[in-house]
Structure formats: structure tokens, C-alpha cells
Design a protein around this ligand. Structure first.
Ligand SMILES: [Zn+2]
Ligand SMILES: [Zn+2]
Length: 347
């Protein structure tokens, strides 16, 4: 079974894997169970039955694929044929949930096309109590990195054709908020008061609780509609970095190593494993740091630093989608890991 090849380093940073029994996760239980055992054994903090901490804020990973998801539409190549034959390999589009059990509040990072399934994954992790009358807001806020399709189009599920809930703060850059409020169908979400615009300022922390904040960091990334951001999440004890899209490490004004040094876990752009992944396509037009480049760059870091890295936003062509692949083994051998839906990281 493929579960035997999973990333045992997760226990070193206190990541546990859990999952409410939604259909997709149930199919993957063979992969998840060994991690659940490891995560619980290594994390003595007070925990709910589902593995999440009861006292401190935590991040739950809701999705790990590039914008098109995995398998990707109409892909008949071996990458996606493998996922259709082995559903535990499938991945929802990149998304995180930040939960504060002390207040029962929760915040969504990225509204993906898979939001409907991801809300099932989020069940039991904060949010409105079951049976609450009306259409209570599903989240206490939604943070968006940028306006590429995998990162915001799930907002459609919040409109009048679907949930149509009470107001939710939409945290985005000035350009992101302007884009949404001036273009249909998104503008209707604001006019109908399902969303409230909450434009953020780069580098300025947004306080969610006295000891919990989110700081947007500007990153270079193709700017078709908006600029792009990463988020640093600071909790009472630990911090996390969420950086799903960036052109190349060298094009960032910050050194990724410096940012990594200031956090305890980092979900980093792992879109492509290497440069030969999309035959016939100019990969310079869709720049991302190849995982092989990141492995080489981070080789100089201490083991403690490398253990923080979790690659996320994997394209369907990325062989590391399969933990049993040579690519998956190479990442683990380098002391890093690949993010999985259901991962929990306590802050
Ligand atoms: Zn993306
Ligand atoms: Zn494919």
C-alpha cells in the first residue's frame, strides 16, 4: 500500500493528519491512517477526537493542487489516468482553513472551484453551529492571494444561486478588491451583501485575535488581473507561511530563506517538479520555482529549516503528486515534504 511511503517528517513539526469522513477523504483513508497514528503520538497537546487541537488556533489544509485540480479536465496522459484509477491520489485546489477553537471562528484562504467539497472537509472545524437558523456566514473572513481561477472563483458558491449567506469579510489587495467589485458576477456578491470588501495593506498585520494575525506579503507573479500575495500567519506559539504562487525565488525582493527562518512551517509553490514537465509548452511563460530548483537552493539550510517546507499547488503533471514516485522520494530525501489535504498544524 502506498501509505507506507508517506512523509514521516511531518511529525517533527507537529503536523497531524485528520479528516472528517467526507466521501473523497474516505477513499483515501488507507493513506491517511498511518499519519493519524504518527501525528497523535507525536503531539501531546490537548486534541479533539478528530485530531485538531482544542485550545490553540490551527491551520487545516483543504487543498493542495494547482488551479486546475488533479486530475485535470480532459487530461488523458498517464498523470491524470493514474489519479482516475487511484482516487486517493486526487487533489483539490490549493486552500487552507485557519481555525480558532477559543472563539469558534474560522477563516478561509483561497476560494477555489472545489469549495463545495472543501467545506465538507472543514465540517466540525469552527464555523456556525449545526442547525443555526438562516444563512449564517460560513467563514469569519476569506483571504485571497490573487485572481487566477483556482484562487477565487469558488466565491461563486457564496452567491444567490447557491449559499447566499450573511456578510463575510473579503480580505484582498486593493487591486483584488477593485477587480471583484467592478466585474460581474463577483460584484453582485458585494451588492447583495454576501461579501464585504476588506482591502489590506502589504506588510500590515491583520489582527484576528489578540494573539492571532495574518500579514500579506507581496510576491512577483503574472499579473493578468491583480497583484499577488503570500500570507504569514502568526499564532500564540507558532507561525506559518502560505505562498502558493511566485514566479521565481530570485525575482522576490525578500530572500525566501529569511522568511522561512521566521516561521515554523511553510507551504511553498511546488507547481512543477522540473523543467521538462510540459512538452511542447514554453514554461518560461508560466514561471514557478521548480521543486528541483528549491531542493538545490535549500540544500545549504539546516535540517531544521528544510523540515519546515511543504510543497503545495502541485500541477497535474508534477510526478510528486504520487508519494511513491521518484520525485516524492527525492523531496523526502532532501528533508522536505509535500502537503496533503487534512494536514493540521497547530499555531
Ligand atoms: Zn495558482
Ligand atoms: Zn494530467
Amino acid at each position: 500500500m502506498k501509505g507506507g511511503t508517506t512523509d514521516y517528517r511531518w511529525r517533527d513539526v507537529g503536523i497531524a493528519t485528520l479528516g472528517p469522513m467526507n466521501a473523497r477523504l474516505r477513499r483515501r483513508l488507507v493513506l491517511v491512517l498511518p499519519l493519524l497514528a504518527l501525528g497523535c503520538a507525536a503531539a501531546p497537546r490537548e486534541r479533539q477526537a478528530n485530531g485538531a487541537p482544542t485550545q490553540q488556533p490551527y491551520v487545516l489544509v483543504l487543498g493542495t493542487a494547482q488551479d486546475g485540480g488533479y486530475p485535470q479536465i480532459a487530461c488523458d496522459r498517464p498523470c491524470c489516468a493514474a489519479a482516475r484509477a487511484a482516487p486517493w491520489l486526487t487533489r483539490g485546489v490549493v486552500s487552507l482553513l485557519l481555525v480558532d477553537p477559543r472563539s469558534n471562528k474560522r477563516w478561509l484562504f483561497e476560494a477555489t472551484p472545489d469549495l463545495r467539497d472543501q467545506l465538507e472537509l472543514a465540517r466540525g472545524h469552527g464555523g456556525p453551529a449545526p442547525g443555526t437558523a438562516g444563512r449564517p456566514a460560513l467563514f469569519d473572513g476569506i483571504f485571497l492571494t490573487h485572481a487566477h481561477i483556482g484562487h477565487y472563483t469558488g466565491l461563486a458558491h457564496l452567491g444567490r444561486e447557491a449559499y447566499g449567506g450573511e456578510e463575510t469579510s473579503l480580505f484582498g489587495s486593493r487591486r483584488m478588491v477593485d477587480f471583484l467589485t467592478t466585474h460581474g458576477p463577483w460584484s453582485l456578491l458585494f451588492e447583495d451583501r454576501h461579501l464585504t470588501a476588506a482591502p489590506f495593506t502589504p506588510d500590515a498585520p491583520i489582527a484576528l485575535a489578540p494573539d492571532l494575525s495574518v500579514t500579506p506579503l507581496r510576491v512577483p507573479h503574472r499579473e493578468e488581473f491583480t497583484d499577488a500575495y503570500a500570507f504569514r500567519i502568526d499564532g500564540p506559539s507558532r507561525s506559518a507561511l502560505f505562498l502558493p504562487d511566485i514566479d521565481k525565488w530570485e525575482r522576490w525582493e525578500r530572500a525566501i530563506e529569511d522568511v522561512l527562518a521566521g516561521v515554523d512551517v511553510a507551504w511553498l509553490d511546488g507547481t512543477f517538479f522540473g523543467p521538462d514537465e510540459l512538452p511542447g509548452r514554453d514554461m518560461a511563460s508560466i514561471p514557478h520555482p521548480f521543486i528541483v530548483e528549491s531542493l538545490a537552493r535549500f540544500e545549504q539550510l539546516t535540517e531544521e529549516e528544510r523540515t519546515k517546507v511543504r510543497f503545495i499547488h502541485l500541477n497535474h503533471s508534477n510526478p510528486a503528486t504520487d508519494p511513491a514516485s521518484d520525485a516524492g522520494r527525492a523531496i523526502r530525501a532532501a528533508g522536505m515534504g509535500v502537503a496533503r489535504e487534512g494536514d493540521v498544524f497547530a499555531l
